[in-house]
Design a protein around this ligand. Structure first.
Ligand SMILES: [Zn+2]
Length: 672
């Protein structure tokens, strides 16, 4: 019945469209008391922001976030139907997601069990006697996705991107990044104090007494601080060369003599090919700890990280404590999300292809895919036209850039082949076991890629995800079905609005192939310079302009964006908007311009659609987290930072040279 209801709605919408023509932007969301040339973010979103407070369980809120939450309502309906149908064939995707969801919703049973499901793990950690035992437990934790103190996973080789090799990266910190452990600004000092209390609380919930919990928390803090002090910071981690250390297994063994890699590779069945060690200095610290740190300290550290990862699948006190520290204190959320939503998110995370197949069959029409593919084609054309007309780049580098553009691989909606979960055992008796088995499946699935040619059919996001990505080694841009809905994309709006929203996102992802990171990878996805010295120098001068621009943007007194951290995303936005507008204008050639709607010209619709897609409200705590660790600037500066560099925007809104949305001539940035 519900799906019939959905069909009726679709039919009604399309007949409305036929009668009235496509819709323009959301006029009611605009604050017309603000001039677009004074503050375009507030102009495009002011009324929406005033009438849409952030829901208590959310840390950010926007039309896009609301659409993401709508997808979760739809996933809930799919999961409830699957869970109520007890006769679905064993091993079928429906049975799998139905049983998983039902076990997660059985809160009474989960609460009765308390910490019981972790007891065998805790007993094993308690019994550790020496560094050799510690290593066996590290491997067993890796088997279920608890990546302490490092992570190892399969991904393309930076130098031969058609091959998948193992990558070892730093991991195993409970605070967001290394700065939280080593910096002296009050916000980091406070976070450390709160973290100590949080870690102690987790130990108390797991059965430790007051003094034991406090001592264990202090041990964890000291242990992690030592790891953090040997870790790269967020800016250094953005430099692909800083984390590029391809090593043979023999040399890996020499780097870390205290770790038995032979035993590790045998037990995990990871193919013995070369390994990329992202942070050798960090791995040296792990080695030092295996040699010098007492086993008792390792026990506290391993136990806490097991509790940390497991907490959301355990009883209410664990779920609550995880929320209190991670979402409430660090993120600023006021309330926990309802249980069903948390279980929906975990199901999507662990069984994404089983759930995603049913979701896309129901909610992703083939016509949307066709229209998207057409837009992607136009955006790639616009980027090419743009490259050829650049006045600062010589012909040799242009040729290479065009070659790179020609090998872009766009993916839209969902994967062509779905993961086969038939080996996965899920039942309704234990949510924790299901989470462990789901994680084990994901880990093995990834490990199985190592030592083989890369499979270009794999996806790094699940179909319902409201997001998109670029992968520099595969040179692919990927748009899951979840982002291909309003406000990013709609079949019922003008092309101007679609190009302003999803068009800029497509342009943004394409531009990532040419940002501070992407520009270091060639057409084949190799980390290899393809620039002439002179052109590279000019490129770096232009990116330095963007770094300086974002350093000007403060979120509160004393805290501003880190220009180097947000550089890639900002290049993506500035170039993305430019080529999306060009692609839009190109798409109208021969058809004539679209009409002015509600008084807005097509160009104005384009820019307002971009401003409205990015328009959001955000909690101050999350804003601070983003400025510290997120390569994306906050929404306000993504909008202002882009349009204030664009003559096309000034022209569309008739902005005088002196207005706030027109950057001073000497400070204007244009990379691509
Ligand atoms: Zn991006």
């Amino acid at each position: 019945m519900r799906s019939i209801g959905f069909l009726v709605i679709v039919v009604l919408l399309s007949s409305t469209v036929l009668a009235q023509g496509p819709k323009g932007i959301e006029v009611g969301d605009i604050d017309s008391s603000v001039a677009p040339c004074a503050d375009f973010f507030e102009y495009a979103n002011g009324t929406w922001r005033k009438s849409n407070p952030i829901p208590p369980s959310m840390v950010r809120w926007s039309r896009r976030w609301a659409a993401g939450e709508l997808s979760k309502d739809r996933l809930k309906e799919i999961l409830e139907q699957a869970a109520s149908k007890k006769d679905a064939p064993a091993g079928s995707p429906e049975r799998l997601i139905g049983d998983f969801y039902a076990s997660g919703m059985d809160e009474a049973r989960i609460n009765t069990l308390g910490v019981e499901p972790l007891k065998p793990w805790m007993a094993e950690i308690d019994a550790l006697k020496n560094a050799a035992d510690v290593q066996v437990t590290i491997r067993k934790l890796h088997d279920i996705g608890v990546n302490v103190p490092f992570a190892i996973y399969g991904a393309s080789d930076n130098h031969e991107p058609n091959n998948v090799i193992a990558h070892v990266s730093a991991s195993g910190l409970g605070l967001p990044d290394r700065d939280y452990y080593v910096k002296s600004e009050p916000r980091f000092v406070e976070a450390r104090e709160k973290y100590l209390v949080h870690v102690a609380t987790m130990f108390r919930l797991a059965g430790a007494n007051e003094a034991g919990a406090k001592a264990a928390a202090e041990t964890v803090m000291r242990f992690e601080t030592e790891l953090a002090s040997q870790s790269l910071d967020n800016v250094a981690l953005r430099d692909p060369k800083a984390t590029d250390h391809k090593t043979s297994i023999a040399d890996l063994q020499k780097m870390t003599p205290a770790f038995d890699w032979n035993a590790y590779f045998t037990a995990t069945k990871i193919a013995r090919v070369d390994v990329n060690v992202a942070e050798p200095q960090f791995l040296a610290e792990v080695n030092r700890k295996l040699e010098k740190t007492p086993v008792a300290e390792w026990k506290a550290y391993l136990k806490f990280h097991l509790l940390r990862v497991a907490s959301r699948a355990l009883s209410e006190p664990f779920v609550r404590e995880d929320f209190e520290f991670n979402q409430k204190y660090l993120g600023g959320a006021k309330e926990m999300k309802p249980r069903w939503k948390r279980i929906v998110e975990t199901t999507d995370d662990l069984l994404g292809d089983a759930l995603g197949k049913i979701y896309t069959d129901k909610y992703f029409p083939p016509a949307a895919k066709a229209r998207m593919q057409e837009m992607v084609k136009n955006l790639l054309w616009a980027m090419g036209d743009n490259i050829q007309k650049l006045d600062w780049m010589g012909p040799e580098t242009k040729k290479r850039a065009m070659e790179k553009l020609s090998t872009f691989n766009p993916k839209v909606g969902y994967p062509d082949t779905w993961k086969d979960y038939s080996s996965l055992k899920i039942d309704r008796s234990s949510y924790w076991n299901n989470v462990v088995e789901g994680a084990r499946f994901a880990v093995n699935d990834n490990r199985s890629t190592i030592g083989k040619p890369v499979d270009r059919g794999r996806w790094g996001m699940t179909p319902p995800t409201s997001n998109a990505y670029y992968d520099p080694s595969l040179n692919e841009i990927v748009f899951p079905a979840g982002i291909l809905q309003s406000p990013a994309f709609s079949m019922g709006v003008t092309d101007a609005v679609n190009y302003g929203a999803i068009g800029v996102i497509i342009g943004h992802e394409i531009s990532h192939g040419f940002d501070d990171q992407g520009a270091q990878y060639d057409a084949q996805g190799r980390l290899r310079n393809w620039w002439t010295d002179e052109d590279l120098k000019r490129f770096q001068e232009r990116t330095a302009c963007v770094v300086a621009q974002f350093e000007e943007y403060f979120i509160e007194p004393g805290i501003h964006h880190n220009g180097k951290l947000v550089l890639g995303e900002s290049i993506g936005d500035i170039a993305g908007a430019k080529i999306a507008l060009k692609a839009y204008q190109h798409s109208r050639e021969g058809k004539g311009p679209e009409p002015t709607i509600d008084g807005f010209t097509p160009e104005q619709q384009f820019f307002i659609a971009w401003g409205q897609f990015r328009g959001d409200a955000i909690r101050p705590e999350t804003q601070r987290l983003m400025v510290q660790g997120d390569p994306h600037p906050i929404g306000k500066y993504r909008v202002i930072g882009t349009v204030s560099n664009m003559p096309e925007f000034w022209k569309a809104f008739g902005c005088p040279e002196t207005s706030a949305m027109v950057r001073e001539k000497a400070k204007r940035c244009s990379v691509w």
